[in-house]
Design a protein around this ligand. Sequence first.
Ligand SMILES: [Zn+2]
Length: 286
Amino acid sequence: MIGLSHTRKAVMISTLLIMTGLLGQATAATTTAQGDPAPIVSASPTPSVTTPSPAPSLAPSPTPTPSKSSPRVENTAADTKPKGRTGPAGSIMTTGTKGVALTFDDGPDPDYTPQLLKLLAKQRVKATFCLVGTQARRHPDLVEAIAAGGHSLCNHSWNHDLKLGKKSHAAIRADLERTNAAIRAAVPGAEIRYMRAPGGNFTPAMVKVSAQLGMRSIYWKVDPRDWEHKTESRDAHRKRIIRIVQQRTRAGAIVLSHDYAQPDTIDAYRVLLPWLHKRFQLVPLT
Ligand SMILES: [Zn+2]
């Protein structure tokens, strides 16, 4: 009895094994036919030929696109870095209040700064001007006009060196001090409480040296990229600036624009100033 049942068991087990084996093969066959690639592909040679084909066709397309779209000198690093409430190297992006701060960079410009000052005065709006040292030295009368208009002053380096932040502390300090000296040559005792790195390329060294000189580092929250001239008409450029500022400005934002050599920006602000003034409290950084 024991012998019999043993044989029986053996027969049953072997039958089961054969069946399982057959079933397994059948399952494998169906799965392969249905093209479920994950577990089967490595075992069977047929689908392995088809699987690689989507891989190479997918791989090249996503890789070059971002690398090609990001070689811009001005804003690349800066655009990718700030994700939260602070900009690169701890620079500030917002005013800390509900007030919106308009900032104008790279001037003063003999053609456009006076036009902008006129517009701002008409709307009774105070802004912040990030001045380049060489421009301040060339146009002390304009530095004076900016300060007389009640606008805040910001150091934007001596000659817009995009790599200034990578230099030594001593070199950074010398550059920023020279710029402040040029501004103060025009307006003795002028308060310069802010610094903006050229291109927004802040580094910890730059932020630290600026703090030692009594200046806070200001990045921005809204950037209409008014310095960028695509293959668009001047009117389209002006409208793009207006659209971006209108769409993105929220309470507390620091808005970046340029009064140096950007006539479309000045024209855009003819529309933007009354529009912003109606919706926000426009404040100079103090
Ligand atoms: Zn600049």
